[in-house]
Design a protein around this ligand. Sequence first.
Ligand SMILES: C[S@@+](CC[C@H](N)C(=O)[O-])C[C@H]1O[C@@H](n2cnc3c(N)ncnc32)[C@H](O)[C@@H]1O
Length: 291
Amino acid sequence: MAFPLPCVYSDGSRYLKAYEYFHKCSGEHQGMVDFFNNHLPDIMSSAINDNSVQNVLGFGCGSGPLDLEMFSAIHRMYPKVTVDYEVVDPTVQFINQYKDLLSKTSGFDYIKWNWTQLTVQEFEKENKERTKKADMIHLFQSLYYVKEPGPLVNFLQSLLSKNGKLLISLISGNCGWAQLEKKYFKEISDWDACCSFSDDIRRYLDANGQRYQTYVVPCQIDVTECFIEGDENGGLLLDFLTEVLNFDQTATPELRAGVLELFRDSKNSVESNGRIMLGSEYEVIAVDQLI
Ligand SMILES: C[S@@+](CC[C@H](N)C(=O)[O-])C[C@H]1O[C@@H](n2cnc3c(N)ncnc32)[C@H](O)[C@@H]1O
């Protein structure tokens, strides 16, 4: 096996499948929905004016289900608000899946959708002079892929309207899944990116005197299938969690054993009803306009 290994992100179709299977095994989606219902309307209250159009920018929106939950939570609280929404995502498979989901879903007529196929870094390059302000900008699980997230966060803050909010969710550095990234990411991935945790963003914001609030979203990932050699779903989940394309085929037995040992370590997971549940804690950081 030659290091580094190819990244799962290099194959959009495989990445989409891996992400969809991850969703089935992880409590992340429900945790984020609870966050939307319990906190988001309050967080957005200063930025939202009844009857006005809200400009929203979303980066790395995936295939859309989380976005729809987010808008539903806002709409329940602010039913008169209409939204001008720009979805920015580099993966054509995700954008197509998102459009497909919308074509089968009703109740979102108050949103005008715009689609841009770009990474957030490319968006920054193309929008240095942008004057249109956003009342909300979000990056849910999509800032991992950015090498130097700090200056980019400042750029996005500069696009916020006066009371606008930039919402970033990332896993926190002390959870079980983060230990996998910390131990193996640099060693095994050929990906020209880094893996940031919520702690890194908070540290950057603190060092720059920026204002923000944080919300913790605890959840678990059922990694039981990863232990069944040759299991198709376990392979998909391993691809998503290690970010390596076809991890099952490309990793050495030693690397595979090391990853599974880390999953089994009681510091990182719990065993419950015969299932192995990897700890995974998300943190949502709600950042104010650039000071
Ligand atoms: C793990 S998925 C998260 C999807 C969705 N936000 C959610 O939380 O369910 C990561 C998303 O980020 C997108 N992505 C990958 N690299 C990106 C980049 N550099 N800029 C913006 N989005 C990126 C992927 O295409 C994918 O849609």
